[in-house]
Design a protein around this ligand. Structure first.
Ligand SMILES: [Zn+2]
Length: 421
């Protein structure tokens, strides 16, 4: 069966290049079109296809909905099922079809962020690494299994989801629709390492008040920009404190749980002291830390900074939580998925797979926390490439991932001939 993977190299390159050429940025029509495109591909290899329109208003109103950061009036779920004979464990592969915007095309060497160009052993373009390569590997793995006719005990499910980058809409929707598996692999870029846990991330907004006046008399006003400064320093101190002792799984990162301010807006006239500043940022949530505790930690740090400043004591900074909320997630320790994944990997690659936790949030936490599905990340590509210009993925890693997923399915789902009644 692994020979079938080797033989499909050219087709795999074409398939991945086609996916990369679809600019499926979250919230665009292309995101829906890419799902449609994949639904056709799933159908052609003989999977049972569930391609359904998501009931967006209903989902967004759920109390545990993880949040969105882009507007959509249409979105689709997609699960392809290769049915087993029964008796074996089921295995899901879950990948997101949405990509983040490419930024200025001039910063890309190709000038075309969606080239999908094969450059030596690399495929280039936005989403090549994060994570159309992983989706492609999973698709070719399920195709090899389907074509081989090997009777699997449990089902193999291939899910393509939208809205992962802005909160997890698609995986939330498939869980609400009732899709479950005994184990799940998300082929996010891990460089074929095994990632059984992800930290969380929360999006916050700070509103810093000031008092406007003519710049020529600036001392009779209060600059919101100057009042942001002690708050910013408090956030830096908080980041330092929250990273003083961390789980060994995240010890490889210089800052496992970063706090970063990504947007600052303030002022409207060069000669006016700014009366308001808005800062938006991202708070890293530690492995195992409740989201509410992380929020309280930041709110407390901001409140203490305000208490120490005469103006802010009377005009405190407001903290809002908005956008995608990524709780941390961890594969349950009793799961044998890490052992099975590394055994499958060892049959394909001479480089031992390392095990670590990712410093970013992903759909893993929805599958482990909401659906109770033991989940890990294992996929082709280096995450440094993700969200960056000149994103690319190594074709060798895509092929190795395909092979490993085939072997994992044979192991987890089991090979069983159909019982003749
Ligand atoms: Zn991703």
């Amino acid at each position: 069966m692994l020979d079938a993977v080797d033989d499909s190299r050219a087709e795999l390159v074409t398939f991945l290049a086609e996916l990369v050429r679809m600019p499926s940025v979250g919230g665009t029509d292309a995101e829906n079109e890419a799902q449609q495109h994949l639904a056709g591909a799933f159908d052609r290899v003989g999977l049972d296809v569930d391609h359904w329109r998501l009931p967006l208003p209903e989902l967004l109103a759920e109390p545990d909905f993880p949040g969105v950061e882009v507007d959509r009036d249409e979105a689709w779920g997609l699960v392809g099922r290769l049915p087993g004979n029964g008796g074996g464990r089921s295995l899901m592969w879950n990948g997101h079809i949405d990509v983040v915007p490419p930024g200025d095309a001039a910063t890309w060497t190709d000038r075309d962020p969606y080239s999908g160009r094969l450059d030596g052993a690399l495929i280039r373009g936005r989403g090549a690494c994060d994570m159309k390569a992983g989706l492609t590997a999973a698709f070719f793995a399920v195709r090899a299994l389907a074509r081989s006719g090997v009777p699997l005990g449990g089902d193999v499910l291939l899910a393509s989801v939208q809205g992962e980058e802005d909160g997890g809409l698609g995986s939330y929707a498939l869980i609400r629709r009732g899709w479950r598996a005994d184990a799940c692999v998300i082929p996010e870029p891990t460089g074929l390492d095994i990632v059984p846990a992800t930290a969380g991330a929360l999006t916050f907004r700070l509103r810093v008040p000031g008092k406007a006046t003519h710049a020529a008399r600036r001392t009779s006003g209060v600059s919101a920009l100057e009042k942001f400064w002690p708050v910013w320093r408090a956030l830096a101190a908080l980041e330092h404190r929250r990273n003083a002792t961390v789980d060994p799984l995240v010890a490889r990162w210089d800052i496992a749980y970063p706090i970063s301010v990504g947007v600052v807006r303030g002022g409207e006239w060069a000669s006016t002291v700014p009366d308001a500043l808005v800062a938006e940022g991202r708070l890293g949530v530690a492995l195992g830390e409740p989201v509410a505790a992380a929020r309280a930690d930041l709110e407390m740090a901001v409140a203490q900074a305000c208490d120490a400043d005469p103006w802010l004591r009377d005009h405190p900074v407001q903290v809002e939580w908005w956008g995608g909320a990524f709780a941390p997630g961890t594969l349950p320790p009793e799961s044998d998925l890490v052992q099975r994944m590394s055994a499958a990997h060892a049959q394909v690659s001479e480089r031992p797979a390392q095990t670590w936790a990712a410093p970013y949030g992903s759909d893993l936490r929805l599958l482990t926390n909401l659906a109770g599905v033991p989940t890990l990340h294992y996929g082709p590509g280096d995450v440094v490439q993700a969200h960056a210009p000149d994103e690319s993925v190594s074709l060798h890693e895509v092929l190795d991932c395909t092979r490993t997923l085939v072997l994992l399915a044979l192991d987890v789902c089991g090979v069983r001939a159909a019982t003749v009644m």
